[in-house]
Design a protein around this ligand. Structure first.
Ligand code: NAD
Length: 326
């Protein structure tokens, strides 16, 4: 089994690759993994083993069509994580998001088609559905994205599905809720808060902090991606939720407590433009069809994540010092 993973040096992609290399997915213990990653500010080669007999690392761009086409040749499967992934950056400037997420996804689907890749999984997000006051989204809910990031991911979903409908490319899509866990870039809410608190600095909370998010441990997300790769239906979308919804303000309080800080470290700042109020997923399809259920409880997962950042300042301090944190 040979698997091409785009964006495999990022937060989620690297967790998936490390788990594959550690033999964490039964039946895939011999899989050879090729990672294609541009190592943008968000990618880090150190997220992967420096050398491993079943890993090939290629530093390159998914927009380099010749390169992606050559790499896709002979692969049994392709998992497409590579993206620009931070909403705040997309609000400051959306161009890279359209380029990487939309054009890049088209290049990846085209390469998989040309190579006759047997299975393709395109990783997307619940943010494509927009914001929901009450109830939950299932996979047939309309796409109503609000941020340039979410719009570019919605467009990428439509591109991927078009390659199934037009050409029969065996691609499945996943739409997951907010991920958390080790190796997440300190620009994202949980690591931003934890690393600031560990440095004795206050943490920003947008607006009143009443935005509701469902937090999914990266390990549960990657197990779900693997199930979709193994047994998902081509042309189908799978929501991946966690069932642990909290407001950003509640989460900020929990993080402060876990870091031994008080509520005075929480500062309300001007809200993000067009900030989605609530996300909520119905994940019945992946449970029924693929038997997937999250295993990591939020309390335990959050405590383990805070401990990881506390124990690994050598991983996040250089990123923070490079100024790659808003
Ligand atoms: P990340 O920003 O940590 O990693 C993205 C990776 O893609 C980086 O290693 C980067 O170097 C690479 N990359 C960017 N542009 C590239 C290009 N042109 N060519 C090759 N590589 C390129 O992102 P993440 O949090 O790991 O997210 C992975 C995927 O999951 C993305 O598609 C994202 O939209 C989706 N997702 C993430 C979350 C979340 O909470 N983090 C939630 C839902 C969906």
């Amino acid at each position: 089994m040979k698997i091409l993973v785009t964006g495999g040096a990022g937060f989620i992609g690297s967790h998936y690759v490390r788990t594959l290399l550690d033999g964490g997915y039964p039946g895939f213990e011999d899989a050879h993994v090729t990672v294609l990653d541009l190592l943008t500010y968000a990618g880090n080669r150190e997220n992967l083993p420096a050398a491993h007999p079943r890993l090939t690392f290629v530093h390159g761009d998914i927009l380099d069509r010749d390169l992606v086409t050559a790499l896709a040749e002979g692969q049994d499967a392709l998992v497409h994580f590579a993206a620009e992934s931070h909403v705040d950056r997309s609000i400051r400037s959306g161009a890279a998001f359209v380029r990487t997420n939309v054009e890049g996804t088209q290049a990846v689907m085209e390469a998989a088609l040309a190579a006759g890749t047997g299975r393709v999984v395109h990783i997307s997000t619940d943010e494509v559905y927009g914001s929901i006051e009450e109830g939950v989204w299932d996979e047939s809910s309309p796409l109503l994205p609000n941020s340039p990031y979410a719009a570019s991911k919605a467009a990428s979903d439509l591109v991927a599905l078009a390659y199934f409908r037009t050409h029969g490319l065996p691609v499945s899509l996943t739409r997951c809720s907010n991920n958390y866990g080790p190796y997440q870039h300190p620009e994202k809410f949980i690591p931003l808060s934890v690393t600031r608190l560990l440095e004795g600095r206050p943490i920003p909370v947008y607006g009143d902090g009443g935005q509701v998010r469902e937090w999914l441990h990266v390990d549960d997300h990657c197990r779900a991606v693997q199930r979709v790769l193994e047994a998902g239906r081509a042309g189908e979308v799978y929501n991946i939720g966690a069932g642990s919804a909290v407001t950003n303000l509640e989460l900020a309080h929990r993080l402060a407590e876990l870091c031994g800080a008080g509520p005075e470290m929480i500062r309300h700042v001007t809200d993000r433009k067009a900030h989605d109020r609530r996300y909520a997923l119905d994940q019945g399809r992946i449970e029924r069809e693929l038997g997937h259920r999250p295993l990591t409880g939020f309390e335990a997962g959050l405590a383990q994540t805070v401990a990881w950042y506390r124990d690994n300042p050598q991983w996040w301090k250089p990123v923070v010092e490079d100024g790659e944190r808003p």
